[in-house]
Design a protein around this ligand. Sequence first.
Ligand SMILES: [Zn+2]
Length: 294
Amino acid sequence: MKILTLDVGGTAIKTALMNDGVMENPHEMPSEAKQGGPVVLQNIQKIIDACEDFDAIGISTAGQVDSEEGSIIFANENIPNYTGMRLKNILEEKYHKPVFVENDVNAAAIGEAYYGAAVGQKDFICLTYGTGIGGAIIIDGKIYGGAKGVAGEMGHILVHPDGLKCGCGQRGCYEQYASCTALVRNSFEANPEWGSGRIIFKEFYAGSKEAEKIINDWIEEIILGLVSLVHIFNPSCIVLGGGIMNEQYIIDRVNGRLQERIMPSYRCVEVKHAKLGNNAGLYGMLATVQQKIK
Ligand SMILES: [Zn+2]
């Protein structure tokens, strides 16, 4: 079976043909998301038009997705006029092939579950640390979507009541303290020359005690959210994604500190970094389509 997979983000649309599960011709094009949903849709269609032979389409996309209807429930200002777009209907009418749509964080989690860091795990959670923090909950091998399919917004767990203001309207959300953006903000405040995650880790590895403190304080913020999640979901594994998580130091320290903070009966949990990187969404759509049409 040939499944055309796409991963629609704020900057690029990544795509690859999955031919009997083997990735062929991975490439990407600008999504032109700032120009709005209709332009993104045109770019999706350009990719599909360029693919001569496929049996189904799987699309992972930014935004909150109704995966049953294959539509965008809500997209923020990163993709204007994308909210409400019925991707599945539009593309099935045009191409006469089955189309499946999933939120990008969920798709990446499914990818990790079937082809990456969480192979063999049935109950786990996935968090991605970047500008904000995204999350996905996998229960019994399936995404837990909640009543409207939008469960897993772990970035908005309240960790510091009356704390920093968040884009969601609340104060003190997890992503204001534990995202990659928060680390960079704290680093920059300490030293205006430390303006990226890469630089602060370079300083840390070079022996800077100040950089070490900033990083360790930030890791405590990461753990704050994870402690609650572990006690709610009793996961066997937590997969941490986002480029910054390639720093093994973070994974090791989170593993150690988390075990100290949680109750003994939850200590089976293992923290791992995501394995599939930028391709997690594409593999997730491969697994999603395989499940839906087998
Ligand atoms: Zn928030």
